[in-house]
Design a protein around this ligand. Structure first.
Ligand code: HCA
Ligand code: CU
Length: 451
C-alpha cells in the first residue's frame, strides 16, 4: 500500500527537539532502497493524487454532541480552513434555524477562496431558502434506504427521483453548483441507487454523493460501490463516511482509489455520534499516499492550530492517539526503536513530524531505554562520556526505572551525578599522578559513581 514509502534518505531529524544528523553514533549512512511488494498501483480511475476536500465541521460537525458555534467562532473556523486550503466549506442548512441562515449569509460574504456550500434536504422549500443566502452551491440529500423511506421521510423511490429532478433543475436555474446525495447509501437497494444517480447525472448535477450514514461499510464494499458508480455516472463523486466501526479514514482512502473525487471531512472527525472521517487522520494517510499533491496543496503546519481551535470550541481534548497531533504521535520509547530512529527516522516513522510543524521525541526516562537514547540525552545536556560510561549510566537509569516510573528529571539527575563522579575521579587521578605517594587513596570508579 505504501507506494511512496521510501526507506532511504531521512529528512529532518530532531531528537527530543534537537537536531541529530543521519549516520551518528558511528553508524553508516543508509541509502538502501526498499522494494515493496505492496506498493500501490493506481489505475487511471484512482484519484489518490488529485482528491478534493469538502470540509464539514460547520455542518456535520455542528451535529456533534457538544458542538455549539456562535457566528464569530464559525467565521474563525471558516477562515482557518480556507487558509489551510480546503476546497469547499459546508454549512448547516439555512432551514435549520434563523441564525443558521444568517450565518450562511455572513460566511458567503467573507470572500474566501474555498467554495461555500450549504447542506439541505432535497426539498423545494429548503432549496429556495438556500439559494438566497449567497452560497456557491447546494449539497442536496435524501434518505434512500428502505428504513429511511419507511421510518423517516415516508417517500418512495418514484417520489424521490421526481423531487430530486425538480430541485436540481431549480438550483441549476439559479446558476449554483449542485450535488445530490443519498443518505444511508450502503443499506439502499443497489438498483434503485444506480438508477437514481443515473437520472440526476443526466439532469446535470456537478456531483453525486454516497454516504455511509451509519458507519457500516467496509473498505472493500466502498471500493465496489464507488467503482460501480463510476461506470454509471460521468459527474464527480463525493463520499461521506461515519466512523462507528473505525473505518472512516480507510473507507475514504478506498473511495479515492476506486474513483471518488471528493471526501467529506471534519476537524477531529466531529459529527453525529462518534463522527466522520477526520481531516487530520485523512491527511496523514494522504501525506503518505500522495505526498507531493498533499504537501503542495494543504498548509499541513496548520493542522494542530485548527484542531486546537475546534477542540476548544466544542470542549474536548485532542485524543492521545490522534494521527499527527496526539501527544505521543511522534514519541519513540523502546531502546531498539530509539536506536534506529537516532540513526535514521524513516526506520520507525512513516510521517515526518517536520511536515506538520511537529517534533519527534525519543523517550529516554524509562526501563525500556537503551544506551543510544541516553547517549543522545548526554549530548543534549552538553556532557561528554565514553560509550562505556554511557552504558554504565544507562544501567543505573534502568535500575531505578525498574522500581518506579521515573521522570525526565530523575534520569537527568542520574546522568549529571554520574558525570560529576567521573569528573571527581578525573581530578583525583590527575592529583595522584603528580603525587604518587597517595596512590593508595584513589577511589575506584565504582566508588565514585555510586556516590
Ligand atoms: C445525516 C446526513 C449525512 C449526509 C451526508 C451527505 C449522512 O444523516 O446527518 O450529505 O452526503 O451521514 O448521511 O451527514
Ligand atoms: Cu453524516
Amino acid at each position: 500500500m505504501c507506494g511512496s514509502c521510501d526507506a532511504s534518505a531521512p529528512s529532518s531529524n530532531a531528537v527530543n527537539g534537537q537536531g541529530a544528523a543521519n549516520g551518528q553514533n558511528g553508524h553508516p549512512k543508509t541509502t538502501t532502497k526498499v522494494s515493496n511488494p505492496y506498493a500501490a498501483v493506481h489505475d487511471s480511475l484512482s484519484n489518490i493524487g488529485r482528491y478534493k476536500l469538502i470540509e464539514s465541521t460547520l455542518r456535520e460537525g455542528e451535529q456533534f454532541a457538544s458542538a455549539w458555534f456562535d457566528t464569530e467562532t464559525k467565521i474563525k473556523i471558516a477562515k482557518a480552513l480556507d487558509e489551510f486550503g480546503v476546497d469547499y466549506i459546508e454549512l448547516t442548512s439555512p432551514a435549520a434555524s434563523e441564525q443558521s441562515r444568517l450565518d450562511c449569509i455572513a460566511i458567503s460574504k467573507l470572500g474566501l477562496k474555498a467554495k461555500i456550500l450549504t447542506h439541505v434536504r432535497c426539498h423545494m422549500d429548503d432549496a429556495k431558502l438556500a439559494v438566497e443566502t449567497g452560497v456557491d452551491g447546494l449539497d442536496l440529500v435524501i434518505g434512500t434506504s428502505s428504513l429511511l423511506q419507511e421510518h423517516s421521510h415516508g417517500k418512495d423511490m418514484t417520489y424521490i427521483v421526481k423531487s430530486a429532478l425538480e430541485v436540481i433543475d431549480f438550483v441549476k436555474s439559479k446558476g449554483l453548483e449542485v450535488r445530490f446525495s443519498s443518505e444511508d447509501s450502503f443499506r439502499s437497494d443497489l438498483v434503485d441507487l444506480l438508477s437514481l444517480y443515473q437520472a440526476v447525472d443526466r439532469a446535470g448535477v456537478d456531483r453525486v454523493g454516497i454516504a455511509d450514514t451509519v458507519g457500516c461499510a467496509t473498505p472493500r464494499q466502498v471500493y465496489d460501490l464507488v467503482r460501480t458508480l463510476r461506470s454509471v455516472v460521468s459527474c464527480d463523486i463525493e463520499t461521506h463516511f461515519h466512523n462507528d466501526t473505525g473505518c472512516a479514514v480507510a473507507n475514504a482512502y478506498c473511495a479515492l482509489e476506486a474513483g471518488a473525487t471528493h471526501v467529506d471531512v471534519s476537524v477531529l472527525g466531529i459529527g453525529e455520534r462518534n463522527g466522520i472521517t477526520p481531516l487530520g487522520g485523512l491527511l496523514a494517510r494522504m501525506t503518505v499516499a500522495a505526498p507531493e499533491y498533499t504537501k503542495g496543496k494543504y498548509k499541513l503546519h496548520m493542522i494542530k492550530e485548527i484542531e486546537d481551535m475546534v477542540a476548544d470550541a466544542v470542549g474536548v481534548n485532542t485524543p492521545f492517539n490522534n494521527p499527527i497531533t496526539g501527544f505521543c504521535a511522534f514519541t519513540h520509547k523502546a531502546g531498539i526503536h530509539a536506536k534506529a530512529i537516532l540513526n535514521n527516522p524513516k526506520t520507525y516513522e512513516i510521517l515526518d513530524p517536520a511536515d506538520f510543524g511537529m517534533t519527534r521525541y525519543v523517550h529516554f526516562a524509562t526501563r525500556l531505554t537503551g544506551w543510544n537514547s541516553i547517549k543522545s540525552r548526554v549530548e543534549q545536556l552538553g556532557l561528554t562520556m565514553t560509550d562505556e560510561q554511557t552504558k554504565e549510566v544507562t544501567a543505573k537509569i534502568k535500575e531505578l526505572a525498574d522500581i518506579r516510573p521515573i521522570a525526565i528529571d530523575d534520569a537527568d539527575s542520574i546522568i549529571r551525578t554520574f558525570h560529576m563522579g567521573l569528573q571527581d575521579q578525573h581530578q583525583v587521578a590527575a592529583a595522584t599522578s603528580s603525587a604518587p605517594a597517595v596512590e593508595a587513596d584513589v577511589p575506584t570508579t565504582e566508588a565514585v559513581v555510586s556516590q
